[in-house]
Ligand binder design. Sequence first.
Ligand code: SF4
Length: 365
Amino acid sequence: MNFLDQYRNPEMVRRLADRIHQRSTRPVRLMEFCGGHTVAIMKNGIRQLVPPQVQLLSGPGCPVCVTATADLNKAIGLARLPEVIVVTFGDLLKVPGSDTSLEKVRAEGGDVRVVYSVQDALGIAQKDPEKSVVFIGIGFETTAPTIAASILEAERRGMSNYYVLSLHKLCPPVMKALLDSKEVRLDGIICPGHVSTIIGSRPYEFISRDYGIACVVSGFEPLDILQCIEMLVKQIESGQPKVENAYPRAVRPEGNKEALKIMESVFEVSNANWRGLGEVADSGLRLKDEYRAFDAEEAFEISQRSVSDPEGCICGEILRGIKTPLDCKLFGKGCLPDHPVGPCMVSSEGSCAAYFQYGATSHER
Ligand code: SF4
């Protein structure tokens, strides 16, 4: 039996779903912050398994989706420089900036390469010392430590043609910003699994303490998510919100101290620009002064182009949890995975892509 089969056992799924139905006596709104959870919920039909009064909302947890158009324009501007090789993870390629995308710039002759690990970016820089290699650093606390490690490695090797455009984002500060905005009323949060492997479960304590909202860290298998929902419903029904961990096989309360140490040795906290939320204080990471030689924003003149989000696209509202993809007039019509209008239809963790791929219909609103 595959290790993961035990987290997909249909009989246990049914039993857990029944328990949620029994416990749930009133409408609750739960937000999954992580795009990976949105995909798992849609793929496994979790919305259909839980009672209708348990509403599941997507949040700003897809790193490609939350990258602001202004920041995409920076990456596109770098890709247009003849001496630069832009290196990125695949999903970012198709996301439209103000007037083009990295994919289109590549078709016009720009050197844009897709890698599966940041180590590959270092390899490209080592092989081609005449060119400057810029890695587009998107992602949350999950990816920031490995990108920090690549900078330490570049320094160790004495490389002077490797740079990072740091567009990293931090989860707890944006959770706070979303709750402070009071745009969306939440009873519970499905806390991000991968991010929590790095930061642990403790950083969410302010959410239950200061906002009275239940928090449970979840894994990505059907039983993980259902167990998380059951724990959230139990907390809400008892009126005792707290932080719990339904993913103990990967997450510890204190997180991964080694990874955090590497991240904090290279990066410092800064403000960050989020799609749909604008600038959020202390929610990003920039290179510390001693590593500025690796900072693409310092090394290159990046043209600041006018910024406009795609017309008719409501990705920003979806990322804030106030609308779903089914509220978008373009969903499945003008906007399709092959012809995406906004990032939520591009990214493998995007809500619109997940809703489209797994056939969500308007009755699931
Ligand atoms: S369906 Fe397309 S246009 Fe509409 S919100 Fe999603 S990505 Fe944007």
